[in-house]
Design a protein around this ligand. Structure first.
Ligand code: G3P
Ligand code: MG
Length: 275
């Protein structure tokens, strides 16, 4: 059985301040980390920054993620980059600053979170008219992200829950691999993957048919066995299947046994269980 690729979610958010330079440095030092996953969106001036939530004061286990407040997309770049993440001493980095510390032997999965506006169509396959409008809405931000990625020497994989982001990524930088992030519908995810011939599809951990986890509610999926075997369909179409987000060794073992290609994990070492 091939070992799944280990993708460090926000830089192993379970053991490091998420989406920071410190997390990226630590993730690169962990043996077996193939890739780091990060979330990107623009600050007020359009510069791509690495941050997950819309707001700087978004909550983590009852505490704010940073010591700053406000919508990232409305906050001046210097204020975003001065915001301290989870009292760690680490601050919110620009994408360019984070990529500088990632060795070229490690890949980066850049999740395109929002293009500086909120009226997105999340996790849906779009009509032809809507698709073109959404691509245009994403394009300026994706161009900035691609500029930053072009300075990085390692492998880049773009992913997004938004079809418009993938449309723009394909248009601006077809040389980079792309993955559709699936929210509530495997058929929509597969449709979008086909439309842009995405190299990969990224379903949530409970969307893999035949695993015990498939009957647990998580992300956009209810507690019912998926009707589509996304692993079989995607593999038949030549696409890689990377699954998110795994929090313990048991989940990792289930997905490894199912034959997924990659696993987005919050903790390092989940594939090294001794049982
Ligand atoms: O890329 C997988 C995962 O990061 C998607 O969810 O909300 O953690 O960005 P989220
Ligand atoms: Mg993400």
């Amino acid at each position: 059985m091939d070992e799944p690729t280990v993708i460090a979610h926000r830089g192993f958010a379970g053991v490091a301040p998420e989406n920071t330079v410190g997390a990226a440095v630590a993730a690169a030092d962990r043996p077996g980390t193939a890739m780091i996953e990060i979330d990107v969106q623009p600050a007020a001036d359009g510069t791509p920054v690495v941050f997950h939530d819309d707001r700087l004061e978004g909550a983590r286990d009852g505490r704010p993620i940073t010591d700053a407040e406000g919508l990232v997309r409305e906050t001046p770049l210097e204020d975003v980059c001065a915001a301290e993440v989870l009292e760690s001493g680490e601050t919110v980095p620009t994408l360019a600053a984070l990529l500088e510390v990632v060795p070229s032997t490690m890949g980066v999965n850049v999740e395109l979170k929002n293009p500086g506006r909120a009226d997105l169509r999340f996790g849906e396959a779009l009509s032809e008219t809507a698709r073109e409008k959404r691509r245009e809405a994403w394009q300026p931000f994706v161009e900035r992200v691609v500029d930053d990625c072009d300075a990085f020497r390692g492998e880049v994989l773009f992913s997004s829950f938004c079809e418009g982001a993938l449309a723009a990524a394909r248009d601006v930088a077809p040389e980079y691999a792309a993955a559709v992030l699936v929210w509530g519908s495997l058929s929509d995810g597969l449709e979008v993957a086909r439309r842009y011939d995405c190299e990969a599809i990224h379903p949530p951990r409970n969307a893999i048919a035949g695993t015990a986890m498939a009957t647990e509610q998580y992300a956009g999926f209810s507690a019912t066995e998926p009707e589509i075997d996304v692993l079989e369909v995607a593999h038949d179409e030549g696409r890689t299947v990377n699954v998110w987000t795994v929090e313990n060794w048991l989940q990792f073992a289930q997905l490894r046994a199912a034959g997924v290609d990659g696993i987005v994990v919050d903790y390092p070492g989940l594939g090294n269980a001794t049982v």
